[in-house]
Design a protein around this ligand. Structure first.
Ligand SMILES: [Mg+2]
Length: 337
């Protein structure tokens, strides 16, 4: 990642926060997308994906004088000679076989740790706050079930958190993390539940339907979110990456959810970078066939969720220590008996 810091330096000098409308030609039609100078090519592709349904990784973009920079997803749009008067051309095909799409998706990068200072920096950077504000304005969250007064909020990742998406099985239920339905049923008593995956909405819906999460008699899912709700941020040491800003949900439903009553489980810590106090890094569920019989994470995490459900402010906890917390509260209860 040697080039990351130099491109970050360029970004500060060239960034324009001004929004711009680009016209994209694809398959004989024209589409418009709104972007900013501090968006990356990767984000531009996501915006194009929302209007065309061509997945970002299937898109090839052509633009006069843009050169090879346009094929690098981490390039900032401010580094390209974009003008509203010129049209961009996209070449790409809509994906119809969702299972195939998922199977050949690139393996997600290993989790990486950002330095404490750097993580704080990303969260507080004006350019990232600005991105979040724009996402709150642009992104629509469709409620499948109403938000409930007085409930806290649990936000859950899918891949490796609830489901082993890399193993193969005849029935997807074999790849489901053990105790998923029991966990969601118990959590639902105290928490509204939102599922947020970095994949596409079609895949999120398909997967959740297959696992029986969307029509379960004992709990309800408030909403599903996908990659289009994420934002891209820049770090000095790790370059550009995507994250899941909970501020989006808080901005959309301020009367129900806030940093005080929200907790999010994800196997990738970097997804919490905009709200580190609200994230719990779950042990990834991989190799389902070997681990299905002994994975107890969701049982233990149920105890944690219920143990903290009465607290005023969840963000005052250090979720890294969740296992000690349930041991301690178990001991406290034993002493009281
Ligand atoms: Mg994951």
């Amino acid at each position: 990642m040697a080039g990351a810091s130099s491109s970050a330096a360029m970004a500060t000098s060239a960034v324009t926060e001004e929004e711009m409308t680009l016209t994209v030609k694809w398959s004989g039609k024209e589409y418009t997308v709104r972007v900013c100078g501090d968006d990356t090519v990767g984000e531009l592709k996501r915006r194009i994906s929302e209007v065309t349904e061509v997945l970002p990784k299937r898109q090839k973009l052509l633009y006069p004088k843009a050169g090879p920079k346009l094929s690098d997803d981490s390039t900032l749009l401010s580094q390209l000679p974009l003008k509203s008067s010129l049209k961009m051309t996209m070449i790409g095909t809509v994906e119809s076989d969702l299972v195939l799409e998922q199977m050949d998706a690139p393996e997600i990068m290993d989790d990486f740790e950002l330095g404490q200072d750097e993580a704080v920096d990303i969260k507080d950077k004006e350019v990232n706050k600005q991105k979040l504000r724009r996402r709150i304005e642009q992104c629509k969250i469709e409620l499948r079930n109403p938000c409930r007064e007085g409930k806290k909020l649990l936000v859950l990742d899918i891949d490796y958190t609830l489901f082993d998406h890399r193993s193969t099985a005849e029935n997807p239920l074999e790849l489901m993390r053990p105790y998923l339905h029991e966990f969601l049923t118990a959590a639902y008593a105290e928490y509204d539940i939102i599922i947020w995956s970095a994949t596409s909405m079609k895949w999120v819906e398909l997967k959740m339907k297959e696992l029986g999460v969307l029509n379960h008699p004992d709990y309800k899912i408030t909403a599903l979110l996908d990659h289009s709700a994420m934002i891209t941020v820049q770090s000095d040491t790790r370059g550009v990456f995507d994250c899941k800003p909970l501020g989006l949900i808080w901005g959309k439903f301020p009367e129900f959810y806030s940093s005080k009553n929200t907790i999010m489980f994800d196997d990738l810590r970097r997804n919490f970078v905009m709200n580190p106090q609200n994230g719990l890094t779950i042990k990834p569920f991989r190799k389902a066939h070997a681990n299905r019989s002994n994975d107890q994470e969701l049982v233990k995490l149920t105890q944690y969720l219920l143990a903290i459900a009465d607290l005023e402010d969840l963000s005052s906890l250090d979720h890294n220590n969740w296992e000690y917390f349930i041991e301690d509260s178990f001991k406290r209860r034993r002493r009281q008996e």
